[in-house]
Design a binder for this molecule. Structure first.
Ligand SMILES: [Zn+2]
Ligand SMILES: [Zn+2]
Length: 304
């Protein structure tokens, strides 16, 4: 199977979607380059093949920089770092969830929507990216001197975005998306629209709103999000401004009225888990289906 190719967003910004999550490559072939986010586990081979076809065989990045540590963004981090012998950078408040100290606050499946439904099937594990993990310092992006990172907490405690002033390209991770992950049809059609962070994994909606307002102030020309096709329409700064002004979290959910609190040590405290009726409804439906099948079987037996 031919490997997927990196799409050029700018001469030195490449985009590679790997199973619903985007990986970005900053830098030109022949020069220094870095990787932003590492994709869902299992995609390392695809990332490596694409990087090789863009930067040449044996080329290695200066660093892997994570917008945050959720598994769909960091999943191949350790495998790629080993292969490239490269450091992995994340914000200090994201580190306890990447060095085995703590699992992330649990997902909230009760917020509703497509991703919330799917979140019930994701195991909640502590993850350790190993000795190559480093903390980001100041606002410099290691290996990409014309880029800056800015803290954008809310979706996760140490979430960051990357911005380049000269052409106003903004890499938003999960702080703002370009596909509505609450909608099954949008997920399948990949319709491009500004959309809120993945709802079941967002642990502080007030902070997410404040971060979005900071992003709108940057007036980006291009938004390259963690999920969805990048957007570069001419009215993007105004659209982002409107989106930030009118931004609302979900109507209900575990972290909607009270955030999860975390520190450099991991979870400090969590709002109580709301009642989730779906597993019970599913169990009840299976039970009823079982009864119906059992009754049918007995009927069959009687008739014989
Ligand atoms: Zn995330
Ligand atoms: Zn994500």
């Amino acid at each position: 199977m031919p490997s997927r190719l990196i799409t050029r967003i700018a001469p030195d910004v490449g985009w590679l979607p790997v199973s619903f999550t985007n990986v970005y490559f900053l830098g030109r072939p022949g020069g220094k380059w870095i990787v932003v986010d590492a994709g869902f586990p299992g995609g390392a081979r695809e990332d490596l093949a694409a990087a090789e076809s863009r930067f040449g065989s044996g080329a290695r990045p200066e660093a892997i920089v994570l917008t945050h540590g959720h598994i769909d963004h960091s999943g191949n981090g350790a495998a790629l770092a080993d292969e490239w012998d490269a450091p992995i950078y994340a914000h200090r408040l994201e580190v306890p969830f990447l060095n085995g100290k703590s699992a992330y606050p649990p997902a909230d499946p009760t917020v509703g929507g497509a991703t919330a439904f799917l979140s019930r099937f994701l195991p909640r594990l502590r993850r350790d990216l190993g000795a190559r993990l480093r903390e980001l310092q100041s606002d410099n992006v290691p290996g990409a001197p014309d880029w800056k990172w800015l803290p954008t907490p809310g979706h996760s405690p140490g979430h960051i975005c990357l911005f380049r002033e000269s052409d106003r390209i903004l890499l938003t991770g999960d702080a703002v998306l370009t596909v509505n992950m609450d909608s099954w049809s949008a997920l399948l059609s990949r319709k491009r629209e500004l959309a809120r962070p993945p709802t079941p994994f967002t642990i502080d909606w007030g902070a997410a709103r404040a971060s979005l307002k900071e992003l709108a102030k940057l007036r980006p020309n291009v938004i390259c999000a963690g999920h969805g096709i990048p957007i570069s329409d001419s009215d993007l700064p105004e659209r982002l401004e409107n989106f930030a002004q009118n931004f609302r979290g979900p109507r209900r959910g575990r972290y909607v009225f009270q955030p999860a609190r975390t520190s450099e040590e991991g979870i400090v405290d969590l709002p109580p888990a709301p009642f989730d009726p779906v597993p019970f409804a599913t169990a009840a439906a299976l039970f009823c289906a079982g009864l119906a099948l059992g009754a049918g079987y007995l009927d069959e037996k009687k008739r014989r």
